[in-house]
Structures are given as C-alpha cells and as structure tokens.
Design a protein around this ligand. Structure first.
Ligand code: NAD
Length: 741
C-alpha cells in the first residue's frame, strides 16, 4: 500500500515494507531546482523522517523529471546583492541541515540518479549513503559551479573532499567544472553502481537497503581518514598544510574568486570536523553569491550564450536548413579540423587539397583525434569508423560535385582564394553556400571574384577547431540574408556557437586580440621584465600568456597584417598610426632572426630536437631591458631591472586596449550585439571569463562606465592616445548607462 503525501516539491511514497521513496518533482517547473519551495519541502521531509523513523526501513531519493536535479535558480542569483549576505548564509545552512538530518538518521539512504546530476543534484546524491546512476544517453554528473563563478555550497565541497581527498576532489571535480558520464563518475568513486534500466536501479536500491539495515556515511565513523591521511573528525584543528604546488600553479593568481574560495573551503574544511567544514563552505559560498563575478559569469555563460545560440542575429522568416555534404578546401591545420568537426556532426565531407596525398594528411588528423578519443573511452570503434567513412580526401575537383556548402581554408592569400572559388563554383551544387575561413581578409574583397556573391560569407573558425566552440560569421557587403541564415544553421549543426559581425579587416576577434598581443609586446619594448609581462596576463585571467601566444601565432603574421592594413588605410585616405609594438616585432624578426615558435625561436627559446618551449629568451632583457619610453615609473612594479610599471597598469593595458576597440567596433557597426561581443571575447580570444565578457567588463568596472572612462583617461595620459575613450563610451558615461542589447 502506498501513502502519497504532498510536500510541495518532494513527493513521499512509502510501501508496505517501510521503504520510503522521496521523489523530487517540482510541480511548477520542468526541472528541479533549489528554490524556496524545495527548501521548505526539505525541512518538512526531514521532520517527517525523524518523526516516523521507527517505521522506516530505508529511503530512496529519485526524481520524476528527465534530469535528477538541476541545481540553483540562476535568475534568483542574479538578483542577490551584497546586503543579502546574512539571508543567503542562513538559507544555505538550512539546506545543509535538511540534507544532514536525513543523512544521519541511521537508516540506509540511496540515491537513484535517473538523469543528469549536476551541481545541486550531485550534492543531494552525495548526501546519500549509496549512489546508483542510470546509464542514460547524455546523462552527466559533475560540478559546473566554478564555470559560473560559484562553489558547490550544499555540502558538495565538504563531501567530495572526504570521499576523494583534497587533491583529487579539487583537480578532477571542483575546479574544472568537468561533467563526467556515469561510468567515469563510478571509476572516480563518486558513484557506486551504474545500471542500464530504471527497474534495475530500483531493484539495486532495495538490495542495498536490505543488506544495510543501519547505514551511515563513511566520514561519520570516528576512525575514517580522508584519502590523503587527514582524520575526518579531528578532535582539534591542525595546522593547514601548504597548498599543493600544482594547484597554486594552476590558479596562477588569476582573479577567479570561485577558484580561490573552492580551494580555501576544501583545504580548510579537510582539517576540521564535518559540521565545521559545512560552516566554512557556507561562508565561502555566500561571499561568491553576493559578489559581482558570479553575476558576470552567469550573465555571459548562461543568458548571453542562450541569446547567441537561439539566433537573435539570424534573419527571420528563412526556413532552417541542414547541410548534407560539404566541400572543405585545403587540408592544412584548419581544413583538417573543420572536416573532423563536420563529419562528427554527421555531415559528408569531401576534403580537397592540391593532391590526394596532401588531402589524406588532413584526414590523418581526424584519425589521430579519434585514436586518442578511443583510448580515453570517449568514442567507440563503430562511431570512429562511421565518422572516418564520412571524410573523403581528394585532389580531384570533380569529387566536389553535389556539395551543398563549401568551406575554404587554403593559404591566407587573396589571389589563391579567388582562384579556388572560381574553380569550385561550377562544380558544386548551383546554390551551394560559399564560405571562407579567412582570419583577416575582408569578405567583400574576397567575394569580388565570385559569381554568386550573395551566397558568399565568412566562417571564421578558431584553432584547434575540434576544441574551440566559437565560429565568427562575417557578413560581406553583398552577402544575402539567406546565406547568413544558412551559415548560422550550419554552425549550429556542427554544435558550435555562432556570433555574427559585419565585414571589416580582422572582423571582431582577429582585430581585438591584436591589441592584447600588441600591449604585451610594447611593454617588452619599454623595458619591462618579460616574465612580469607574462605574469600580468595570467594575473588578469587570460588563459594564454601574451608573449607565448605571440610566438605561437608567429611574429611575422602581425607584420604582414600591419602592412596590408597600412596600405588599405592609406589608400582610403586615412591616417596610419604605428603602434609601439611594431618596432619590437621588426627587431625580433629582422635583427635577431626570431620569428616565433614555427621558426624555432621567438620571445622564447625552443628545443631544437623536440620543439618544446624553453625559457624566455635571455636577449630580451639585454636588448630591450633598459628601454623606458612610457610608463608611470610608479612604485609597486614587478620588473627587476628594467622599467617598472605597476602590475595593475600592466593588466589594465591589456584589458582596456581590447575593451576600447570593441566599443569602437560597435560604433563602426561591425559588431551589432553586446551578447555577441561578450561571448565572442570569452570563447574566441580568451578575454578573461571572470569579467563576463568584454562589454560586461566595462559595465562592471568600479564606478560603471564612467569609472571605466576615468581610468581610460589615466592610461591615455601615461601610455598613449590609443587608450582615449571613444565617443560612445563618453556618451554612455555621461548618461549613466550600461551596454546592453
Ligand atoms: P595551412 O598552411 O595549414 O593549410 C593550408 C592548406 O591549403 C595546405 O594544406 C595547402 O596544401 C592547401 N592548399 C593550397 N592551395 C590549395 C588549392 N589550390 N586547393 C586546395 N588546397 C590548397 O593553413 P591553415 O593554418 O590551415 O589556414 C588556412 C586558412 O585558415 C587561412 O586563410 C588562415 O588565415 C585561416 N585561419 C587560420 C587560423 C589558424 O589559427 N591557423 C585560424 C583561423 C583561420
């Protein structure tokens, strides 16, 4: 006999044998979240299990939704301000207490994880004594909180540390935001059993209850030791050990408060008893919830990403389309990656290079990626074979017949690009979408040699294509709406995120990342210690150090782009203004023969045999060390011998130079959406994620846009007119407005 009761978001079902099933089932939402109704229900359930303890043999926690449990309500989080800290803290303790009361009842509690358990879902599961996950397709288990600037605050840090030890908990689960399949979660020790069917899940749950009439968490045993050796219930707090060196390195001092707080909650919490660990966790959680960074990141990763992917920029009224067969021209680094990504999404690919052999090399790249995926258990042999069968390498134009889209990725040479489009236009389907993956050449210019210029569009991928989620779609002057809609659909079809920009040299991403690189290089020329320049990029939160990135891209590339841009600017009657970085790059290439990594030497030394990156080139200090143009000369700098610039200035020169030019791109109409600018800056060019994107960085700057403008003026006075605020910035500052769509 069953006795259902209505506790609003958690349903209580009890059978004749005393097994209570708690069904997570929010009646008002499609997914379960930790909203106010849930917290009330949790209290009510905790009261009831305690009151009816003697009639209960065991508890199964499961969900009636497709996912097990979704986590916090992000809309709510965006509205919480610093004055609500106490409220957040108390609410958090209430959730922890509710879960803890069920956990310490003395009866077996089993999580029957029927779908994704991310964040709060995994935390609820971890408060159960035994976890059985259903091997549902696409089902994922993990803590994505860090990617939103938060930490798992419902006991997630305290329990994961107790299960896996501090280092594994941090590196594999808490700091990465990684999501694992149920099988991998089981291998890692967070899940006990993985089953194939819902029926089996419930049978196994009952079997656990039958076998463990009394049950508790391992950390509630007084002799339990946290993996790594610390007692789980120490009688007194011991001294904190030094943070593991690899963790410190990984954080690199970047301004990601979530990572800092997770690290602190984990390490401090591992030294004290469970209840104290929960209080520590609550404190760090609250600090993040009321702070600005989490809001920035939620806005960008959740709301902006949704806006971008849902197609606010896609022309309306055009039927969604699917590409069946794509011609990829050029099987070099980019072409090979594009071919792989298309084939992965189920599209037939004809990969064309100058010869069948050259094309086969491109296909070998996909083979390499798949071999790795296979060893890591990320694909199966059958899937690998099917994907490879979809890629046909060729040197023969005739094989492109019937392709309904073309993606060109030959050398960055306008004459060559014109030639290959002329060749293929007559062979592929008569209405095929024509895309170029140029990284800098104006699309309007490339379209000149093409007969159907309205079907011609830029599709700018990022390297490595299989990993980078962004594609920048560039609309040329003659590109039609239909081509734009089809390009948008193609990008979504291959599961990437599209931003849409209007044509301009370098578009959005290539142009803006150039400022970051230029500032780093310019500082070397001013005599700033190059190691400090690298450190400043890391401290600002950039994923790549500036000089090492410059080496990867080669120092010859910006020189080439600069020459082309100079010629085009002067031809259009504009005034060409050199950048202080130019002279440094020229000397590096011409005087010192150091063109970057592919040339064997750049800002860094590279091992001749392995090509591995070594140290920063000692000659940098010798040749540029006592330069000293620009710079405020103020104290607090990190340079050793050369010019000392405050670290804050170094970081902000990189951030501001990118932000100011992004505003200019909005003024010029190259960018038309703030959401695109935010997402594109994070996913495409490594603008620090803690900011919530380049426009959100300006909005969130201390003092808002006006504060940003005031600081830009200071940088302008100290380092040059390139930091002068633009008209739009001045206008927004004056009106007290923010940048929004
Ligand atoms: P790459 O040198 O690795 O490959 C170019 C390939 O094109 C070579 O395999 C070459 O044999 C082939 N090719 C030359 N002429 C051809 C022809 N007539 N027909 C067919 N194939 C021909 O270059 P890449 O790095 O892959 O760059 C390709 C394009 O992508 C360039 O326009 C580049 O600007 C752009 N891009 C590069 C990056 C990057 O990070 N490398 C990023 C975005 C865009």
């Amino acid at each position: 006999m069953s006795h259902p009761t209505t506790a609003s978001t958690i349903r209580w079902e009890q059978d004749d044998e005393g097994v209570v099933t708690l069904v997570l089932d929010d009646p008002d939402q499609s997914a379960n979240t930790m909203n106010a109704a849930f917290i009330d229900s949790l209290d009510a359930i905790a009261d009831r299990v305690e009151a009816e303890r003697d009639t209960i043999r065991g508890i199964i926690v499961t969900s009636a939704k497709k996912t097990f449990f979704a986590g916090g309500d992000l809309n709510d989080l965006l509205r919480i301000g610093p004055d609500q800290a106490q409220e957040v803290y108390e609410k958090n303790l209430r959730i922890k207490r509710g879960l803890r009361r069920i956990e310490t009842l003395g009866k077996p509690v089993v999580a029957a994880i029927n779908g994704a358990a991310l964040g709060g879902g995994l935390e609820i599961a971890l408060s159960c004594h035994h976890r059985i996950a259903l091997d549902a397709p696409g089902s994922r288990i993990g803590f994505p909180e860090v990617t939103l600037g938060l930490l798992p605050g419902s006991g997630g840090v305290a329990r994961t540390v107790r299960l896996l030890g501090v280092t594994d908990a941090l590196l594999k689960w808490l700091l990465q935001g990684a999501r694992y399949s149920p099988r991998r979660a089981q291998e890692a020790g967070l899940v006990h059993e993985v089953v194939a069917t819902p029926e089996e899940m419930l049978t196994r749950a009952r079997a656990f209850i039958d076998a463990h009439p009394e049950s508790a968490q391992p950390w509630d045993d007084k002799d339990y030791r946290i993996p790594g050796g610390t007692p789980a219930q120490p009688k007194f707090a011991v001294n904190l050990p030094a943070f593991p060196a690899n963790l410190r390195k990984q954080l690199g001092g970047a301004p990601y408060p979530a990572q800092r707080n997770i690290l602190a909650a984990a390490v401090e919490g591992s030294q004290v008893d469970f209840e104290t660990a929960q209080t520590i966790e609550a404190r760090y959680f609250t600090e993040l919830v009321v702070g600005q960074t989490a809001k920035n990141m939620i806005q960008a990763f959740f709301f902006d990403l949704q806006a971008v992917n849902s197609g606010a920029n896609r022309p309306q009224g055009i039927e969604p389309g699917q590409v069946r067969k794509v011609a990829v021209l050029g099987a070099g680094m980019m072409g090979a990656g594009i071919a792989y990504s298309c084939a992965k999404a189920g599209i037939e690919v004809v990969l064309k290079d100058v010869s069948a052999e050259a094309a086969a090399k491109g296909k070998a790249y996909a083979e390499g990626l798949l071999a790795k995926a296979l060893t890591k258990g990320r694909t199966t042999e059958a899937k690998r074979d099917a994907l490879l069968a979809r890629i046909t390498p060729t040197g023969d134009l005739r094989d492109l017949e019937g392709c309904d889209a073309v993606i060109e990725a030959v050398f960055e040479d306008p004459a060559l690009k014109h030639k290959v489009f002329q060749e293929v236009e007559g062979v592929v389907a008569p209405d095929a979408l024509l895309c170029s993956n140029t990284s800098t050449l104006p699309i309007t210019l490339l379209a000149e040699g093409v007969q159907r210029a309205d079907d011609f569009i830029g599709l700018h991928f990022f390297s490595p294509v299989d990993k980078m989620p962004l594609v920048e779609i560039i609309k040329g002057e003659r590109t039609g709406d239909k081509a734009l809609a089809r390009a948008f659909d193609l990008v979504r079809q291959i599961n990437k995120t599209p931003i849409v920009v209007n044509d301009s040299r370098g578009f959005f991403t290539s142009r803006v990342i150039g400022h970051f690189l230029n500032e780093g290089v310019a500082m070397v020329g001013e005599g700033v210690d190059p190691a400090s320049v690298e450190q400043a990029a890391a401290q600002a939160g950039y994923p790549a150090k500036v000089l090492s990135l410059m080496d990867e891209l080669t120092l010859t590339l910006p020189r080439k782009i600069r020459e082309e841009t100079r010629r085009a600017t002067e031809a259009a009657g504009g005034e060409w203004r050199p950048h202080p970085a130019d002279a440094v790059l020229d000397r590096m290439v011409e005087e010192f023969g150091r063109p970057g990594r592919s040339g064997g030497a750049g800002f860094y030394d590279y091992d001749e045999a392995t090509g591995k990156r070594g140290r920063l080139w000692a000659g940098l200090r010798e040749h540029f060390g006592r330069g000293g143009s620009g710079g405020s000369g103020a104290s607090g700098g990190v340079g050793s011998e050369g010019n000392r610039i405050p670290l804050e200035d170094m970081m902000e020169r990189m951030l501001f130079s990118e932000a100011i030019d992004t505003v200019r791109l909005l003024e010029e109409g190259v960018l038309t959406s703030v959401a695109d600018a935010n997402i594109g800056s994070i996913l495409g060019i490594g603008f620090p994620g803690w900011t919530g994107g380049v426009m959100q960085y300006i909005n969130g700057y201390e003092g808002g846009v006006a504060g940003f403008v005031a600081r830009a003026r200071e940088l302008e006075a100290a380092y040059g007119e390139r930091f002068a605020p633009t008209e739009l910035l001045l206008e927004k500052a004056e009106r007290g407005e923010r940048f929004t769509d």
